[in-house]
Ligand binder design. Structure first.
Ligand code: GLN
Length: 195
């Protein structure tokens, strides 16, 4: 059984811990580099990406996290977490740092100007059994991707779920729905990386 951390600096940590446990992982919060060193995979939750980024610097976990992601640590970012794994951000704070890992440009609060929050049925490549309920909360969209990035889902003409190697990201929040299939997909990625 893989041990999967949830970056617990800010955001909806508890919901991810519950979803990961339901998807057959051992789930635990991660705040410090020592805790990061002990996990086989990591979820970066939704929340507020500028705050999360500042706290990751304060807790000394941003640098170690960048290194581990580049070394192949499986990571799943939702919403603010998607912003954290982007190489480039549009409409971010000027000095906003990211972990990176996916060669993409993400636009913050992209759906927010039209509609702060909404739900939509989203077909995700690799997820069987019908669309997932996409909960979008001041969500980013993916503005553009590099050649190595697989787009797993789009909505309204914009990518909202992507994968590049060991890193998965969604604009929406499967941890809020009680449907654990996307977490299940991530747990499989962690198992495959460990095998
Ligand atoms: N708008 C937030 C940000 O820019 C993300 C919102 C969310 O995670 N639900 O960080």
């Amino acid at each position: 059984t893989p041990t999967i951390g949830v970056l617990a600096l800010q955001g909806d940590v508890r919901e991810h811990l519950v979803a990961l446990a339901a998807a057959d992982a051992l789930a635990r919060p991660v705040r410090r580099p020592e805790e990061l060193a002990e996990v086989d995979g990591l979820v970066i939750p939704g929340g507020e990406s500028t705050t999360m980024s500042k706290l990751a610097t304060v807790f000394g976990v941003l640098g170690p996290l960048r290194e581990r992601v580049r070394a192949g640590l499986p990571v799943y970012g939702t919403c603010a977490g998607m912003i954290m794994v982007a190489e480039k951000i549009l409409d971010g704070r000027d000095d906003q740092e990211t972990v990176g890992g996916v060669d993409m440009t993400v636009r913050r609060n992209a759906f927010g100007r039209q509609n702060e929050s909404f739900e939509a049925a989203i077909d995700v490549a690799g997820i069987d059994g019908g669309p997932v309920e996409g909960v979008f909360i001041r969500a980013p969209w993916v503005e553009s991707v590099g050649a190595g990035v697989e787009v797993l889902a789009d909505y309204g003409g914009h990518a909202v779920a992507v994968r590049q190697g060991n890193v998965l990201a969604t604009s929406f929040h499967p941890e809020l729905t009680g449907d654990h299939r996307v977490h299940g997909l991530f747990v499989e990625m962690v198992r495959d990386a460990a095998a």
